[in-house]
Design a protein around this ligand. Structure first.
Ligand code: ZN
Length: 314
């Protein structure tokens, strides 16, 4: 009868994820406006009415209200249920993957603690990445006070669980200096990942004579490397760039999307298409695509990289 434990853990994590996703929505709405996330209580952004308790239930309230305020009918937006579902689903996956130890209790306590630390680390990582992805998509903004703590936490979760919980683990596997080695390796990975973005930034500036890629993206890449290691961060980058390029092409193909920026009548068509290109590049949130890459990389990075290495003949 051990299998149900895994199911309980997964359901509990999903519910917790929905609740933390709901809290994240409050943050995502109030942070850009510079408002407190603690007070006032949840209210409609259009008419200011304080919400009843049953209007604050993740996903279900949104469905029951069909995405609109009960009194003024203002559109609540897709972001609310999507962010809640994303955090709920990702936390459920983390619980499912890490609670395999529920199937048998063969793991020694130190390794059980290590697995728990890793699982909570993954949960924190996914919450941060969903937050950054949404902030960049909605505001083209990757705040320092999320990326820097994200970097510090990533480093801490990569290194700290080893010396704290992994006494036997550490000496058994890689020798007593495993935490020093891991810290140095992680710091180098972070520097290289950030450098990749900085090189693109400088190249872009040199050619276009203006800002294209923000420093926030460099800190985000360092953060991804802190959590996922250099291969995981590079995989996130490749996925992010491919997704970004596809989205850019899609936006260029859609006449509506570039209609907002159209040049005054009489300007030549070549200028207008260059304008569309600039529009697409200026508006694309690279950070959002990097975060999506980070999620894919965290979930399936190892099988993807292994398949790539096999394909490349290593
Ligand atoms: Zn309202």
């Amino acid at each position: 009868m051990q299998i149900p434990l895994r199911i309980y853990a997964t359901v509990l994590a999903a519910l917790l994820g929905l609740a933390f996703g709901s809290f994240l929505n409050v943050c995502l709405t109030r942070w850009p406006a510079g408002e407190s996330i603690l007070k006032p209580r949840s209210h409609c952004r259009a008419c200011g009415r304080t919400l009843a308790w049953w209007e604050n239930i993740p996903v279900l309230s949104w469905l029951a209200l069909r995405g609109r305020c009960r009194t003024c009918g203002a559109w609540i937006g897709w972001r609310y249920p999507l962010v809640e579902l994303a955090v709920g689903l990702l936390w459920a996956i983390v619980a499912w993957r890490y609670s395999y130890w529920g199937v048998d209790f063969l793991l020694p306590n130190s390794e059980l603690a290590l697995e728990l630390a890793r699982a909570s680390g993954r949960a924190v990582f996914f919450w941060l990445v969903v937050a950054l992805a949404t902030l960049d998509a909605e505001n083209l903004w990757l705040p320092d006070w999320l990326t820097w703590p994200g970097i510090a936490l990533g480093l801490a979760f990569s290194v700290a669980p080893l010396p704290i919980f992994g006494g036997t683990f550490a000496s058994f596997h890689r020798g007593p200096n495993i935490h020093v080695q891991t810290a140095i390796a992680t710091l180098i990975s972070m520097a290289l990942a950030a450098l990749l973005i900085l090189l693109i930034r400088w190249t872009y500036k040199l050619i276009r004579k203006r800002e294209g890629v923000g420093l926030g993206d460099a800190k985000l890449m360092a953060m991804l490397a802190a959590w996922l290691g250099l291969p995981g961060a590079l995989l996130s980058f490749v996925i992010g760039v491919v997704l970004g390029a596809l989205t850019g092409l899609l936006l260029l193909a859609l006449p509506k999307a570039s209609a907002g920026k159209t040049n005054a009548p009489g300007e030549n068509p070549a200028g207008s298409s260059a304008g569309a290109e600039l529009w697409a590049f200026r508006k694309l949130p690279l950070g959002t695509f990097l975060c999506i890459g980070g999620i894919v990389s965290a979930l399936w990075g190892q099988p993807i990289l292994a398949a790539y290495l096999r394909w490349a003949g290593f």
